[in-house]
Design a protein around this ligand. Sequence first.
Ligand code: ZN
Length: 300
Amino acid sequence: MPLQIVHHPDYDAGFAASHRFPMSKYPLLMETLRARGLARPGALNTAEPAPASWLKLAHAAEYVEQVIRCSVPEKIEREIGFPVGPRVSLRAQLATGGTVAAARLALRHGIACNAAGGSHHARRLQGAGFCTFNDVAVASLVLLEEGAAHNILVVDLDVHQGDGTADVLGDEPRAFTFSMHGERNYPVRKIASDLDVALPDGTGDAAYVERLATILPELSSRAHWDIVFYNAGVDVHAEDRLGRLALSDSGLRARDEMVIGHFRALGIPVCGVIGGGYSTDVPALAARHAILFEVASDYA
Ligand SMILES: [Zn+2]
């Protein structure tokens, strides 16, 4: 079966090429997936904007309204890293709706990926660190509220700690948050996940994969998980501008293979989101994000 992928052309909010956030990675990722035969018409799903009622499960009602009306206070926009105009507002709603859609597809098909998402720094009260809405937290709370899932595991392997997800899901006993990240990477003040593993600068493929291999069985033995949200951020890569962990392309592939293979062998649905990745070489960056889809396709 082809891998179910959720996408929308407006995931790209059209930032200038010089912007610190490489927005053009979204259309380039889709081009890469099409070129590699991974994005098949019958398995390509168009994201719809998350309604305010979903967003308010994870975020303060006032902040949700501010984003929808494009009236986010400047102080918060500075913490997010860009102004929240109509295109940014729309993309945040679409990326969140996309992760909810991918989660539902994962429950039905075993695995599905959103070609965006992983905005894990957005906290209950506001966005931060290039993240407007926390798509994985919203999707988790939507599934729990609908009764589509009762036990949710978040495996966040973006190089940055999943502080926003920990903040939103901290008092939700039916969701377990795991973050493995660079100890010295953003955010400076981390919000404790249910399980955090902080790695030193320069951790390469071998040490990274070895650590992960010991943790995955620990995670799967904690509960019967109805679904795993996997944040496959590629900012762990050696050539990433913001990461410090020094993984190679083959390290990324080994990581994705290990996570997806582990949970799929147990019959647990996996919803993949792309997470962070920052490089001025955007085609190379898009190719790194494509690894998640290549690996996931083998399990579709
Ligand atoms: Zn990151």
